[in-house]
Design a protein around this ligand. Structure first.
Ligand code: ZN
Length: 317
């Protein structure tokens, strides 16, 4: 009897021990899981006031480095909206947030586009030397310039069949334009180049004579400053319709043809209508830029300007 009771007692003790161990391990797992959860971005984001939905959006759209960067910033409800914008660039985040405060529209798509092309900064301030290795994709605008001694690659005289006298352009552009002009002719349009490569000094003359007559503001509205004109790259052309005596290219049938077809030859309409705030230039139906077929078609399909394309697909690597 005594032996049986002893066995019963030790079984009981064993059971209690097992129960205690089970409980402890459940607790342990619970604490461990909690510990692990506290290491997650979700937990850390919730801690600094993001909602579960916002933190999910941030985690889905950002990498580790970017998430850690967000953890160092004060909560801002615009961040989770900005990161889902198609052309969001993380390194511009603080500039987007600043610009939201200055822009009444609060339209984030517009704000991302504007900041990406530096429009949160004044023209000709914070300027950068254009990246010459980009060749036909080099960006020259009111924030990116070419130096006085920049010598464009392979500049050649354009035959009089395709241009008014004295025009020069990059060889590759000439081949592309020739193809374009021939194709246009078949469709009944005679398109000629009336301005193309302009060197630093001729651009300087244009701007300075304007400035001496009307002042800086008027000169800036009329012409690019020396070094900031795309014509200095050797990849830009101004065209005219041979039969358009009024010099209103935008109203000609040739323009409609150009608008529809220039992309297939590697050209883009550089300063489109309603994009003045992005490009910094008034609508110029006559000004085209050679960027190569692939990029021209991409720009056409995405319906963005070259400035936006460059910011997102070239500079943002
Ligand atoms: Zn032009």
């Amino acid at each position: 009897m005594a032996k049986k009771q002893k066995v019963k007692k030790s079984v009981k003790r064993g059971m209690i021990l097992i129960i205690i161990l089970v409980l402890l391990s459940i607790l342990g797992i619970k604490f461990y899981n909690e510990y692990l959860y506290k290491q997650t971005y979700e937990y850390k984001l919730l801690e600094i006031n993001y909602s579960i939905d916002e933190s999910k959006i941030l985690i889905d759209n950002l990498n580790d480095k970017e998430l850690n960067n967000i953890l160092g910033l004060v909560y801002n409800s615009n961040i989770s909206k900005l990161v889902t914008e198609k052309y969001f660039i993380f390194s511009n985040l603080e500039r987007y947030l600043d610009f939201i405060n200055k822009d009444d529209s609060k339209n984030l798509t517009k704000i991302v586009a504007m900041v990406n092309v530096n429009r949160d900064r004044e023209y000709y301030e914070d300027t950068k030397k254009a990246s010459l290795e980009d060749y036909e994709l080099m960006l020259v605008n009111k924030y990116n310039y070419l130096e006085e001694d920049y010598e464009p690659k392979a500049i050649t005289t354009i035959p009089s069949t395709y241009a008014y006298e004295g025009n020069k352009i990059n060889e590759e552009v000439l081949v592309a334009f020739r193809n374009l002009a021939e194709e246009a002719k078949i469709a009944g349009h005679t398109i000629l180049i009336n301005s193309s490569y302009r060197d630093y000094n001729s651009q300087k003359e244009v701007w300075e004579s304007r400035k001496s007559l009307y002042g800086t503001r008027q000169a800036d509205a009329y012409a690019a400053r020396a070094g900031y004109s795309e014509h200095q790259t050797g990849y830009a052309i101004d065209v005219a319709d041979f039969y358009d005596i009024n010099d209103k290219f935008g109203e000609t049938e040739s323009f409609l043809w150009m608008k529809e077809n220039c992309y297939s030859f590697g050209f883009i309409l550089r300063y489109p209508e309603d994009k003045e705030k992005i490009t910094g230039y008034s609508y110029e139906p006559w000004h085209y830029r050679y960027v190569g077929k692939e990029v021209a078609e991409k720009i056409k399909n995405l319906e963005i300007t070259f400035d936006e394309y460059y910011a997102y697909f070239i500079a943002n690597i």
